[in-house]
Design a protein around this ligand. Structure first.
Ligand code: PLP
Length: 414
């Protein structure tokens, strides 16, 4: 049951008033991106015959082939590969990384340590079978500056090493207190890299970033982008999958990593999922705007309650993540319980902190999802340790997102 306190209701009204300008800006971007998506559907002649899928080998899947072209148009790329056969974002990003490199080459991450799940792809600690290390591919990283910005001087020197054949840029803050990179900043990085090493390919981990701005990283000069369909571009509808878009030669190589060198992107049954992927993309710009409004509202409300959150409600955004430092374990647990009990699904369960493998402390996660782990749906999680920061994302509709947050803040402040 949701219990929203009088105080929270009052502050919520003040916040919405305050955020009106920000909301209008978010709606403007959503309109722009919806037009982009509609025009791609029209150009590629999406029709009802695209919605039925194939079985078996999946030859001549009109929907799959059309969807690839629609994604390519939307992201201003030469080519794209959109597949339910990608287990998740990590799988798509890994295939994109492999597509850019050969034994002896070096991958350079210019935004510090990549997202946790990609560390096994690199083989950071154990050279495990199939990892970059296993194949004799080197890895280096450049930390962000203390202000959380790319270190342009270091990028210039380190990227100039000719063994560096691929650059990895993470757009979103992921689960850290750094800021998301704007597409303009991605453009600056790409320009620096090109100056000193024109032969290196640039990949942007685009997770959580899609449709938050008018431009996407390919327009900023990146060669490839990759992400998850149960985040932004799936619009809450895609049941699973990932995508890669960018230079045709690299997308082809990534397809060979996903399937086999002899198959590439030409096979792969879609099993009746095409309609959901098209429909998800159709909804995506709007759902991203709803998630952004939910995040802005949350940030503004936390400020009213004297809590530190990042980004601030009035800051420019390039991902849908909102970090809020709640200051105590008790508040963190109550906030998560409030998000859970305000969900449409699994509202009756109570999230508990647990020792998740790979973490050196307990982690708590709250989500009442239609699709397992989908984080364009309202969800909150974080490691239970100082400064007790909760990472909140999603909200398929602003109304449900707002109610969930009011419920969480009420639970936390009674
Ligand atoms: C979510 C995410 C990924 C991939 O995560 P999956 O859970 O594998 O989909 C990679 N990078 C960033 C920045 C992410 O947010």
């Amino acid at each position: 049951m949701m219990v929203i306190s009088e105080k929270v209701l009052k502050y919520a009204g003040i916040c919405e008033e305050k955020c009106r300008g920000r909301f209008a800006e978010i709606e403007r971007v959503s309109l722009f991106n919806t037009q982009k998506v509609l025009e791609a559907f029209q150009k590629e002649k999406v029709s009802e015959s695209c919605f039925s899928g194939t079985t078996g080998y999946g030859y001549d899947d009109l929907g799959r082939e059309t969807l690839d072209r629609v994604y390519a148009d939307v992201f201003r790329a030469e080519s794209a590969l959109v597949r339910i056969g990608f287990v998740n974002g990590t799988h798509a990003i890994s295939a994109a990384i492999m597509a850019m490199l050969a034994p002896g080459d070096v991958l350079l991450s210019v935004t510090g340590s990549p997202y946790d799940t990609l560390r096994s792809t690199i083989g950071e600690n154990d050279k495990r079978h199939g990892s970059l290390r296993f194949y004799g591919i080197g890895y280096r990283q450049i930390e962000l500056t203390d202000a959380g910005c790319p270190d342009f001087d270091k990028i210039r020197t380190e990227a100039s090493d000719r063994s560096v054949k691929a650059i990895l840029i993470q757009r979103s803050r992921g689960y850290s207190l750094r800021k998301a990179l704007s597409v303009d900043t991605v453009a600056e990085i790409c320009a620096r890299v090109r100056e000193v090493n024109p032969g290196a390919s640039i990949l942007v981990d685009n997770c959580y970033g899609e449709f938050t701005e008018e431009k996407e990283p390919i327009e900023a000069g990146a060669d490839l982008i990759a992400g998850s369909l149960i985040k932004n571009p799936g619009g809450g509808i895609a049941p699973a999958g990932g995508y890669i878009a960018g230079r045709r030669d690299l997308v082809e190589k990534a397809a060979m990593c996903l399937t086999t060198p002899g198959i590439g992107g030409e096979c792969g049954a879609t099993l009746g999922n095409n309609r959901l992927l098209f429909q998800g993309l159709y909804f995506a710009p709007h759902c991203v705007s709803q998630a952004l409004k939910t995040a802005v509202f949350c940030s503004a409300l936390m400020e009213e309650f004297g809590m530190v959150s990042s980004p601030k409600w009035n800051e420019k955004r390039s991902d849908i993540i909102q970090a809020v430092s709640l200051g105590s374990r008790d508040r963190m647990l109550k906030f998560c319980k409030g998000i859970q009990s305000g969900s449409a699904v699994d509202a009756y369960v109570s999230p508990e902190p647990w020792n998740m493998p790979g973490y050196d402390c307990e982690v708590i996660m709250a989500a009442g999802n239609f699709i397992q782990g989908a984080s364009l749906e309202l969800s909150a999680d974080g490691p239970v340790r100082e400064p007790y920061t909760i990472y909140l994302q999603g909200g398929l509709t602003y109304e449900a997102g707002k109610l969930g947050i009011m419920n969480a803040v009420s639970a936390m402040t009674v």
